[in-house]
Design a protein around this ligand. Structure first.
Ligand SMILES: *Cc1c(COP(=O)(O)O)cnc(C)c1O
Length: 455
């Protein structure tokens, strides 16, 4: 680089004053943008010096690289996206979106001091969980309930407190992995409990469990197989029979997983149904079917819940006031049967196929052959209702490049780069957007973005 080109690179402070960077400074912070500017200047300088002819220097080009660097960083920031996958509780897309009314109504308690750990009646130090115990008694029929940061913590806490150094009986059909590296056998080993496997992958009966009980057995753990389903000749143990015949020193624990509380999801036993069948404790996630914030809930017999709450790990697993306030609000509204309390899974599942078809037609209108309205399916996902899908409608995007995996992937990438990123799926080498998870209010936006690409 000659002296003259070197001196034509503006100083970092000068670059930061460029108008195109001010929205990025606002979104990414000044120090982060400064780093990006320095890095891009360095890289460009190096490239130019190693090949002055091939890489001529221009300030415009430098600014272009800086903007790209900021753009890539911006894509990393947590932000809203449009879910076009048809998977309602999508773990990669933040599981259950909270209801906007619920979010608003917990604003005050979270932006002011509050009674998180003070009993307003006595003035003494109170317990953290507010009135969740009473609310959950009605929702899931557990005498008492505790809350931790996620359901993985629930399982760990149950095993660590109740089964450390002892045996836990688990069916071979339920030795499952849930999402990124969370395996029941691993968490069992971590908690210090010993795994005793019974039954076979497809059949485990109550007798299998009962025969495996020894003096050193602390727990029978039933795990709801939430992200896969073995079809065909299967049998799982009858909880009632198990609860009746297990000796007193064995805790019957269920990892229900999804947090289903209403009966309208066939094949998905509710939390209450396990409690009523005689399970001692049941744990589940707060951000699946329940529709609340990320949390793990353990409900059941009060002495057991109290015992779990005294475990030293409870201090590490306890959630924040944000989670408690959201859960309380969610459950109050659920018990009052308000739409806002139903949770995203239930409200989206009941939109109705005709309505979804209508929305698909609305989205595709005026695009001719480029957007085709097609049949599809919606699933609840996120480790819930594994075997179940409901009819839905999607639009299929037909680009000029024809049908190929590569052009479909390119389209997905374009949609992810939109100001409000859109997540689609590839079916038969074409991109589809499923109306089951797209909000009605998002349709005009999708239409205008698609028009820019297609028309
Ligand atoms: C989802 C799920 C978990 C993990 O719950 P997190 O809240 O993600 O920690 C554990 N067990 C079952 C059966 C599940 O469905």
């Amino acid at each position: 680089m000659t002296v003259s080109t070197l001196s034509s690179i503006p100083q970092v402070e000068k670059i930061l004053q460029q108008a195109f960077l001010s929205p990025y400074i606002e979104r990414l912070s000044r120090p982060v943008v400064t780093d990006i500017v320095r890095e891009q200047v360095q890289t460009y300088k190096k490239k130019h010096l190693s090949d002055p002819e091939g890489v001529p220097f221009s300030v415009e080009q430098l600014y272009h690289y800086i903007e790209q660097g900021c753009w890539v960083m911006n894509q990393q920031r947590l932000q809203r996206v449009v879910n076009g996958t048809g998977v309602i509780v999508h773990t990669n897309l933040g599981r259950s979106p909270l209801d906007a009314e619920i979010w608003q109504s917990v604003g005050e308690v979270n932006t002011h001091y509050n009674n998180l750990e003070i009993d307003l009646h006595t003035g003494k130090r109170g317990k953290r969980k507010g009135m969740l115990q009473q609310l959950m008694q009605h929702l899931v029929k557990g005498e008492d309930t505790l809350v931790v940061n996620n359901n993985a913590s629930s399982i760990y806490l149950m095993l660590h407190e109740l089964a450390k150094g002892k045996e836990v009986i688990v069916s071979r059909g339920e030795q499952i992995q849930i999402g990124g590296g969370f395996r029941i056998p691993d968490i069992l080993a971590l908690s210090g409990a010993k795994l005793v496997e019974v039954g076979t992958t497809n059949i485990t009966t109550a007798k299998d469990y009962l025969d495996a009980v020894t003096e050193n057995t602390a727990m029978v753990l039933i795990v709801h197989t939430s992200n896969f389903k073995i079809r065909g000749f299967t049998e799982s143990a009858d909880i009632k029979e198990l609860a009746r015949d297990l000796p007193d020193h064995v805790v019957l624990a269920v990892d229900q997983g999804s947090g289903t509380t209403t009966e309208d999801m066939p094949d998905e036993p509710t939390v209450a149904s396990y409690i009523q069948a005689g399970a001692d404790i049941v744990c589940f996630s707060g951000d699946k079917i329940l529709g609340g914030p990320q949390a793990g809930l353990v409900t059941g017999k009060q002495p057991l819940i109290r015992q779990l709450e005294k475990n030293p790990m409870m201090r590490a697993f306890r959630p924040s006031r944000i989670v408690y306030s959201l859960l309380e609000e969610q459950v109050v509204r659920k018990l009052n049967q308000l739409e806002s309390g139903r949770g995203v899974a239930e409200s989206k599942r009941t939109i109705g196929e005709a309505e979804l078809e209508q929305r698909a037609c609305l989205l595709a209108e005026g695009f001719g052959d480029q957007l085709r309205v097609v049949n599809s399916e919606l699933t609840v996902g996120g480790g819930s209702l594994p075997d179940q899908s409901d009819p839905s409608w999607s639009i299929e995007i037909v680009t000029d490049n024809g049908r190929s995996k590569r052009s479909a992937e390119k389209m997905l990438k374009i949609m992810r780069s939109w100001p409000l990123p859109v997540i689609g799926v590839i079916k038969h080498d074409r991109v589809q957007l499923n109306l089951a998870t797209i909000e009605e209010s998002e349709i005009p936006y999708l239409r205008s973005q698609l028009a820019e690409v297609l028309l």
